[in-house]
Design a protein around this ligand. Structure first.
Ligand code: SF4
Ligand code: FES
Length: 271
């Protein structure tokens, strides 16, 4: 397998011959984090426009396996746009040319004869595990630093006993739709995680249940994202444009507002 089209691996047929697309895939292959990776070219025939992008990668892997090769590693789980596991750079765009998850991207977004570059998320805080799979546990540690509330155990209180203004409930719900996919980081020239962290800070900070830890939450989550090696936010907005859930830049403004208030009130991150 080489990176030249002439020598590229030519892998099989998936729909009636002549009915599907011919694609040239240039895929990042890297056996493990300590080995230098490279782009490897594969030719794929008769790909149905109705396939999802991940199904197209499944077809590629079936053919690689049949030829005795090592299949391309990539993350996926629900394949319904809800778990946040999937995500690759497609022609330099996080999740590809549509504002959706990689699993919800369909091959009808490409044309017969296209060349498609497929790479892992690129960020220091998301090191490559293998091929297209990256380690996103940095996000888990940001959540652990403050993405929770304290609630008494026992019988759940009557729902209407804690009124929440509709405006706040809607904004909290919008923020809570973040699925932690990491596209915001991958799309950002600074590899900043501000949109993700802002979504997690907002969805709790907007609700009455999230008030007791509000100040500590924001200072600790921001401190953790800095410790993880994510870059700073310079309000470029690529994160929001790539976000499959449409988390807005306003969410980042809300985080900055909360952070300033918390620091003024004397909150300091745990070391
Ligand atoms: S803010 Fe959007 S792009 Fe970033 S992790 Fe959440 S869902 Fe993914
Ligand atoms: S596999 Fe779950 S969001 Fe794509």
């Amino acid at each position: 397998m080489t990176a030249t089209r002439e020598d590229a691996t030519h892998v099989g047929s998936t729909v009636e011959p002549g009915r599907g697309m011919h694609l040239t895939l240039r895929v990042w292959r890297q056996p493990n984090p300590s080995v230098k990776g490279k782009m490897v070219t594969y030719e794929l025939d008769d790909i149905s426009p109705d396939m999802s992008f991940l199904e197209m990668l499944d077809v590629l892997n079936e053919h690689i396996i049949m030829e005795g090769g090592d299949p391309v590693s990539f993350d996926h789980d629900c394949r319904e746009g809800i778990c946040g596991m999937c995500g690759v750079m497609i022609n330099g765009m996080a999740h590809g040319p549509e504002q959706t998850t990689t699993c919800q991207l369909h091959m009808r977004s490409f044309k017969d004869g296209d060349t498609i570059d497929i790479e892992p998320w690129r960020a220091t805080a998301f090191p490559v595990i293998k091929d297209l799979a990256v380690d996103r546990r940095a996000f888990d540690r940001i959540i652990q630093a403050g993405g929770y509330i304290s609630a008494p155990t026992g019988t759940a209180p009557e729902a209407h006993s804690v009124p929440v203004p509709k405006k706040d409930a809607d904004a909290a719900f919008d923020a809570a739709t973040c699925i932690g996919c990491g596209a915001c980081v991958a799309a950002c020239p600074n590899a900043s995680s501000m949109l993700f962290t802002a979504a997690k800070v907002s969805h709790l900070g907007l609700l009455p249940q999230g008030q007791p830890e509000r100040n500590d939450r924001v200072v600790n989550m921001v401190a953790q994202q800095d410790r993880e090696g994510f870059g700073g936010c310079t309000n470029i907005g690529e994160c929001s444009a790539a976000c499959p859930k449409g988390i807005s830049m306003e969410t980042i403004s809300r985080l900055n507002h909360d952070l300033l208030g918390a620091l003024r009130a004397g909150a300091r991150p745990k070391s």
